[in-house]
Design a protein around this ligand. Structure first.
Ligand SMILES: *[C@@H]1O[C@H](CO)[C@@H](O)[C@H](O)[C@H]1NC(C)=O
Ligand SMILES: *[C@@H]1O[C@H](CO)[C@@H](O)[C@H](O)[C@H]1NC(C)=O
Ligand SMILES: *[C@@H]1O[C@H](CO)[C@@H](O)[C@H](O)[C@H]1NC(C)=O
Length: 407
């Protein structure tokens, strides 16, 4: 026991803090809960990127196990695709994987690089609400002599911890052999409302805290896929649209025109690229020297106050809330915000700027206030990414965007 405690202290020091989205099954129904939900999302996003950007994942999903089929992407040779599930409100998107023959739902998270799921040995109440991994029925499972922990929340009083193991992991019909992943043996009750199984980190290996290749890296090392993947995130308002991820290629049916690539600007391990500018109703704001971390595991968009202000100043009828962490925009806003990457403007339709109504014609804007690293770095989540097809090239180290096929 003493040894364990020491381990945890050591790990705690090195541990990363990650965020967790509060996730209601239905939209917030009153101003107080809408603001509280917005605030918790902001805090969790900030936590994820706290501690020198050593974050490792976040988020969560309602519902239990679901069936998602793999499919053959159109015109993509040698690639593997699977549908992803939208949690119901475009808050987060998850896929089904199989670990040692057992199925789990894991968040698609380009903002982290670990893979983790709950273990059968986890007797925390939260774990009983999850799919749990039973190592005794997997002949391919190997336990490592390592422990692993992640703290959630500002105070670090909610956490998951467990052990590290290896097993064969199947995703979209392709198998990563001997994949290193985390198995939780403890999860605090804070997780109970969220009902997710685990997280699939899709960032670079430098963010992996288990000293092992990520799932994607392992598939590349084992020559199962080319070093590229593409993601389509759906809009819940369109029932016939389905999210998907394609490994080893892109799904040509999900976008139109060319993919424009933007080089990753540093080696921290995030999919972090330069931003040319932002525009409101085609009017360029004139931003200089900004960059963005593109993160499918974050719901909204967070900008340093001055930048969020510059954008909202051009949205008629908008104002900064007194708390200064969110903006209020008219619910019937028609102004179109666009981000310019690599010389191309990508629009966010007005409906996608609305987080929730807080009374009258007042709505919380999905572009929130949050400086994850000084005054020039933006955190760009699903609010933007669902409006493009996004492509992540590990060899060229670049992020590509193309217009959604249905736009
Ligand atoms: C994908 O294509 C392969 C080879 O053509 C075929 O065997 C397989 O059944 C297809 N899978 C789906 C889900 O359509
Ligand atoms: C909804 O999604 C389907 C499938 O992607 C697409 O064909 C259709 O155009 C979309 N509808 C709208 C209104 O965007
Ligand atoms: C964070 O900011 C520091 C100081 O400006 C900079 O040196 C570093 O590269 C930034 N890190 C990221 C991940 O943007």
């Amino acid at each position: 026991m003493r040894k364990l405690v020491v381990y945890f202290i050591v790990l705690a020091t090195a541990a990363s803090i990650i965020g967790l989205h509060a996730l209601p099954i239905s939209p917030p129904s009153d101003p107080t809960s809408a603001i509280a939900l917005f605030q918790s999302k902001l805090q969790f996003a900030l936590n994820k990127y706290a501690q020198k950007f050593s974050g490792t994942g976040e988020s969560y999903v309602e519902g239990s196990y679901f069936e998602l089929g793999t499919y053959n992407s159109s015109h993509a040779d040698n690639s593997y695709s699977t549908y992803a599930k939208d949690d119901g409100l475009d808050y987060c998107y998850y896929v089904q994987i199989s670990v040692g023959g057992q199925n789990f739902n894991v968040l698609l998270d380009t903002g982290s690089s670990n893979l983790w799921i709950p273990s059968k040995d986890c007797t925390s109440p939260t774990c009983f609400m999850r799919n749990r991994f039973d190592s005794s029925v997997s002949s391919t499972f190997k336990l490592s002599n390592a422990l692993w922990i992640i703290f959630y929340g500002f105070t670090g009083d909610s956490s998951v911890f467990g052990v590290v193991g290896q097993d064969d992991v199947e995703i979209a019909g392709v198998i990563s052999e001997g994949q290193t992943f985390g198995l939780t043996i403890y999860e605090t009750d804070d997780f109970m409302p969220y009902s997710f199984d685990g997280i699939l980190g899709l960032g670079f290996d430098s963010l992996n805290t288990m000293a092992a290749p990520s799932l994607i890296s392992n598939l590349i090392l084992q020559q199962k896929i080319d070093p590229i993947f593409g993601i389509h995130l759906s809009h819940y308002l369109n029932f016939s649209d389905q999210s998907s991820i394609t490994l080893g290629g892109v799904d040509q049916s999900k976008f139109r025109g060319e993919i424009t690539f933007n080089p990753v600007i540093n080696s921290y391990g995030f999919w972090q690229i330069d931003v040319d500018d932002a525009l409101v109703d085609d009017e360029p704001i004139g931003f200089v020297g900004k960059n963005a971390i593109t993160d499918t595991g974050t719901t909204l968009i967070y900008l340093p106050l001055a930048d969020a202000e510059a954008i909202h100043e051009l949205i008629p009828g908008s104002r900064l809330a007194r708390s200064q962490y969110y903006f209020i925009i008219p619910c019937d806003n028609t102004a179109v915000v666009a981000f310019r990457f690599g010389g191309v403007d990508y629009e966010i339709p007005p409906v996608d700027l609305i987080f929730a109504a807080i009374g009258g014609n007042e709505c919380i804007s999905n572009i929130g206030v949050g400086a994850i690293n000084g005054s020039d770095t933006w955190l760009v989540g699903a609010t933007f990414l669902k409006n493009v097809y996004s492509v992540y090239d590990l060899e060229q180290r670049s992020v590509g965007f193309a217009f959604n096929a249905d736009t």
